[in-house]
Design a protein around this ligand. Sequence first.
Ligand SMILES: Nc1nc2c(ncn2[C@@H]2O[C@H](COP(=O)(O)OP(=O)(O)OP(=O)(O)O)[C@@H](O)[C@H]2O)c(=O)[nH]1
Length: 307
Amino acid sequence: MNSEAQRSGAVAVIGRPNVGKSTLVNALVGAKISITSNRPQTTRHRLLGIASFPGGQLQLVDTPGIHGEQGKRSGKAMNRMMNRAARGALEGVDAAVLVVEAGRWDAEDGLAFEALRDAGLPVVLVVNQVDKVKDKGSLLPFIAKVSEGREFAAVHPLSALKRKGLESLVETLLGLVPEAPPMYAEDEITDKSQRFLAGELVREQLMRQLGEELPYATTVEIEKFEEEPSPKAGVMYRIDAVVWVERDGQKAIVIGKGGERLREIGSRARQQMERLFDAKVFLQTWVRVREGWSDNEAALRELGYHD
Ligand SMILES: Nc1nc2c(ncn2[C@@H]2O[C@H](COP(=O)(O)OP(=O)(O)OP(=O)(O)O)[C@@H](O)[C@H]2O)c(=O)[nH]1
């Protein structure tokens, strides 16, 4: 790529839940700004990941997974909001990446593709998780089948987790965005505040550490986020996080025997925050009950959800 012709533009990252959209955005940005877990519907918000390269800058819009009736897990209002947030991400972008899992294409992948086709965007197909495919020879027929009757600007088999195959994807994407100076400074990595990211890192641990349906009944609110100078670490943050659940019984499970579960959630989240903020973090966590929050639009807005 000609290094004098700087390119810059927005690219939506779309796909059904759990295919690796956030993992891909993090890999391209080079930092963990979007939380990931092996549970579908981890991402609930739209989030911008800013990735700067010698040839230009990509503003990657990470989105909640597009899901159909069968994919609903949280309250109805939350599901509606997530689908609206994903579809809303298509406005004002220059191109889209459709992420699918290698070897698998189902109805929800079809829904995601149709949303992109209807938006009239150039679509790059990312066939993710190729590290899990033993018979690499099966990839070509899979790609041929998926491409039948569907138009893609390019197809990239890759592994977001192992960071394999990313360079050529970046080259393709830079080719699809306009010639323009970067929109953000090179050291900026997201449009979200540290306060927002702190809440997400607590939520990531809820997704990872709680079993069954419980993660979908929880959300996190940051009640206090204070920065103060620290003689050793430069700055330190004092953060108070509230974990909201829907019922009393759920509160007991999140707290765990003798408070063990909540301590582990807090400790892992704090480590992740310290890494991301490059600072010392003092984190306190509480659990509170708010009945039916995930099926109540007003409660969702109060808790920071919007489309
Ligand atoms: N083996 C393998 N696993 C991957 C790869 N990319 C993502 N994963 C795993 O797949 C799971 C889902 O990844 P996410 O990035 O959270 O998926 P997502 O598409 O953002 O999910 P939603 O938030 O549900 O929309 C996580 O456990 C990731 O570690 C990959 O290239 N290879």
